[in-house]
Design a protein around this ligand. Sequence first.
Ligand code: SAM
Length: 225
Amino acid sequence: MRSRFENERRRVIDYLRRIGIIRSDKVYRALLSVPREEFVPPQYREYAYIDEPLPIGFGQTISAIHMVAIMTEELDPEPGNIVLEIGTGSGYQAAVLAEIVAKQDPNRRGHVYTVERIPELAEFAKKNLERTGYIEYVTVIVGDGTKGYPEKAPYDRIIVTAAAPEVPKPLLKQLRVGGKLVIPVGDRFVQRLLSVKRVGEHEYVTKHGIECMFVPLIGEYGWKD
Ligand code: SAM
């Protein structure tokens, strides 16, 4: 018998698929597999399947489920990909990515590197990833993600889950030729979801997507604190 959370998860994920936000089987399966209730603070557990951002402390949020679905569909990660995420937060998006690139990869070659600037949140995410069994596919790094993580570059996919004033140059450099970067870019209040494909050594093609609202990306190539 399914638990209450499993039922609620299936209801919201099935709804997102019915209305066309979830388009692929890989994103559908990943969202059904990752228990969002394990990535929210205990006092918000019962609200885990309300499709809205929830507070995770330090003025930050876990993104709404539909936004994680939209960004993951746009990023289009493949099994075996090496992914860089900027803005670990709760670790939920990292787990969804790990499900696709590593757990759904028969060879388990994929990996997610995720950078968080607030050490306490990096710790929170690590614990959540440990408890849910995703930590073996995810490395959590504390630092300024606007500089990327050159140690493991180039990346097949880069996803930024905080709002930037422009695309940070180091992230463009750390993207593999043929790779894709998804990032909300705009002002502090409203942004557009950009999707940048690196089509050559010095050639990038940018697509402008939906309007969105994210907390600011703070750092050397982002907003100043
Ligand atoms: N992906 C997260 C999840 O699944 O819970 C939600 C991310 S939350 C909307 C944005 C996160 O970006 C916050 O945790 C914030 O501290 C972080 N952040 C902001 N600027 C950053 C930077 N320069 N480097 C790394 N993380 C940053």
